[in-house]
Design a protein around this ligand. Structure first.
Ligand code: CUO
Length: 663
């Protein structure tokens, strides 16, 4: 009895401290709930914090002695921060600086109570966009917030993911207090061939993966060094490019061409999206010539950055800030280049190599009003949430992908010894039918709308078609000489080009899509290993909806139960989009299984621990990328002699078709 009392007291104490997962999750849900309106009175604790919590009174609970709190408070008190009800873009230097001040505050909190108090206070004193960004990043990286699930961004800031027409209907629904469900179509019309692949660039799950990738691996990151961050920038975007090209082939379009600074931007773009504050996203007509963007960059600067980077590749070394050289003609070179091109804070020489990628996003985003004559807000290219909607995104990333390829192509091709793994022979692979279809997806728009304590809530949802595929799996029939741990990489590579000409392996390899990487203990003799697509380590399942997240969390808090959401990181390609769309006739692809030694795995437990099952494109947070080999192995290097690869017992390719079935 006595122990029961003690346990009960301890539980009450823990709950009062608010440190258990359910309470932390509830705080995050509430902080992000209807962020354009004041904190509702129903969230009494947060509401109270927002008015009575003075961050300066709690600096003894900050790891940095309160430096970041004092800094941000000084800026707010001097009225130097961005006003509320104004757009926010991470690429705007001053706005980013402010958002990062808040990230610093949150990441320096010693305990959850201080985190919560500061967050509630700054929610009411900072720009909403800066606030949301800071919360997402802080929850992603804070030790205190381990296990907390971030609600889907498309339900927290729906404007960034939803067509204005649908948002307008949601406003009307709210005004008239009539619930509504509205159908959203992809932007543009069938007169625009690019519209055939808009379902990919505008997929809200893919947009969400992309924005989270950049939150997990921010270019401004000044914390502990992140393993292979520059290489991962190359790889995640290389795969996005390869996947986009496969979608294009599925729809009888040529692969995307790269961007040229001295040629017109071929495709225009009318985003059909509006800011919550700041009007419509700017539109760009077809064939717009590049213009210098005031206060951002001249086109000449962009060419200079490109040429310095290409020089580094040609020389085989990059310049350090002290004038010494770093050899990049090796597997690590891609990591150096990725950081320099993006550019991130890990760039070897930021003032020399500049920030080709980040500046290009801004230059492209502002082509509709390059001289600021019309006071237009930033373009879709200036937000990771919206960038992939614009066809120029893929041109830009193809352009950078080609620069990365130059470096990779300078490395010597692998030899048989590099690629061979004698212990396993893959006899055959049986792949289930691969077929895709469009389905309807519904998401909540409520958080886009203003509200206040006295106004009733109205349910408003958007419906959007989205690509999915039939569940599939495959059996790998193998013979192993001895029981051993192995590394398995699975790729899908379109077989033909847009003209129906079969691609040579040397050409096709750069278009290979990684479907999965995993580790398994094989047994000696002849065996079959079954793998399901749903286990893929590049993709994540659907995110829990914000509504469901709130419901489950509130129930757990009310009933004093443990919260188990079973939902990992938000970074990860959507499981639904694991396959390209294909077409009615079947998109012919090579389905490749490549097995190497388990020694390629960095961690000892990879055969039982999938580390959240999203490491293929998103790495493992706080730990090393699990595959020791270069990302894209073995296709990231030239393959002048395909027979060398085809003759390997541990490499098996066979033709499959990806079918698309119209519903
Ligand atoms: Cu992800 Cu350009 O890097 O958008």
């Amino acid at each position: 009895m006595k122990w029961a009392v003690v346990a009960a007291v301890l539980l009450v104490a823990a709950v009062a401290e608010g440190a258990d997962l359910a309470h932390r999750q509830q705080a995050v849900n509430r902080l992000l709930y209807k962020i354009y309106s004041p904190i509702p009175s129903a969230f009494a604790k947060l509401k109270e914090h927002a008015t009575t919590f003075n961050p300066r009174d709690h600096i003894s609970h900050c790891n940095d002695g309160g430096n970041s709190v004092n800094h941000l408070m000084d800026e707010i008190e001097a009225n130097r921060v961005l006003e509320q009800k104004h757009w926010f873009s991470l690429f705007n230097e001053r706005q980013r600086e402010e958002a990062l001040m808040m990230v610093d505050v949150l990441l320096n909190c010693m305990d959850f109570e201080t985190f919560q108090g500061n967050a509630a206070y700054f929610r009411e004193h900072m720009n909403e966009g800066e606030f949301v960004y800071a919360i997402y990043v802080a929850v992603t990286h804070s030790e205190l917030m381990q296990g907390v699930v971030l609600p889907p961004m498309y339900e927290v800031t729906p404007h960034m993911f939803t067509n204005s027409e649908v948002i307008d209907k949601a406003y009307t629904a709210k005004m008239t207090q009539t619930a509504g469900e509205f159908y959203m179509s992809f932007t543009g019309s069938k007169k625009n061939p690019e519209q055939r692949v808009a379902y990919f660039g505008e997929d809200i799950g893919m947009n969400s993966h992309h924005v989270h990738w950049h939150m997990d691996y921010p270019f401004w990151w000044h914390g502990q060094e992140i393993d292979r961050k520059g290489e991962l920038f190359f790889w995640a975007h290389h795969q996005l490019t390869a996947r986009f090209d496969a979608e294009r082939l599925s729809n009888h379009l040529s692969p995307v061409d790269e961007l040229y600074w001295d040629r017109p931007i071929k495709e225009g773009f009318a985003p059909h999206t509006s800011y919550k504050y700041g009007g419509e996203f700017p539109t760009r007509p077809d064939n717009k010539n590049f213009e210098d963007v005031n206060g951002v960059a001249r086109i000449r600067d962009m060419k200079i950055m490109e040429s310095r980077i290409r020089d580094a590749i040609a020389h085989g070394y990059a310049d350090n800030t002290d004038g010494t050289h770093l050899d990049i003609n090796n597997d690590e070179g891609i990591n150096v280049l990725g950081a320099a091109i993006e550019s991130s804070t890990s760039s070897i020489h930021p003032s020399y190599y500049g920030a080709l990628h980040n500046q290009a996003h801004r230059v492209l985003g502002q082509q509709a009003d390059p001289h600021g004559k019309f006071n237009m807000p930033p373009g879709v290219m200036e937000h990771f949430e919206t960038a992939t909607r614009d066809p120029s995104f893929f041109r830009l990333h193809k352009y950078m992908d080609n620069i990365f390829k130059e470096q990779k192509d300078k490395l010597p091709p692998y030899t048989t010894d590099d690629l061979k793994y004698d212990n396993v022979e893959i006899k055959s692979v049986d792949v289930d039918e691969l077929s895709t279809f469009f389905e309807d997806f519904k998401f909540d728009l409520r958080n886009a709308l203003d509200t206040s304590d006295g106004v009733g809530d109205v349910t408003v949802y958007a419906h959007v078609p989205r690509l999915n595929h039939k569940p599939f799996g495959y059996n790998i029939n193998y013979h192993a000489k001895s029981a051993e741990r192995v590394t398995v990489r699975v790729y899908l590579t379109p077989k033909y080009d847009e003209n129906g000409v079969q691609r040579e392996m040397e050409v096709g390899r750069w278009h290979a899509i990684l479907l999965d990487t995993f580790w398994v203990d094989v047994e000696a003799g002849d065996h079959v290993y079954h793998r399901d697509a749903s286990q893929s380590n590049v993709a994540i399942p659907d995110r829990i909806s914000f509504e469901e997240l709130i419901k489950e969390t509130d129930e757990a808090v009310a009933n004093n139960e443990e919260l188990s959401l079973n939902s990992g990181r938000s970074c990860g390609h959507p499981q639904r989009l694991l396959l390209p769309k294909g077409n009615e006739e079947g998109l012919a692809c090579w389905f490749t299984v490549y097995v190497t030694s388990g020694g390629d795995g960095v961690h000892d437990d990879l055969q039982t621990n999938d580390y959240g099952s999203n490491h293929g494109y998103c790495g493992i947070q706080g730990a090393k990328y699990p595959d020791k080999r270069p990302m894209g192995f073995p296709y990231e290097r030239r393959i002048p002699n395909k027979f060398l690869v085809l003759g390997l017992p541990n490499h098996h390719s066979q033709e499959v078709n990806v079918y698309h079935k119209e519903e």
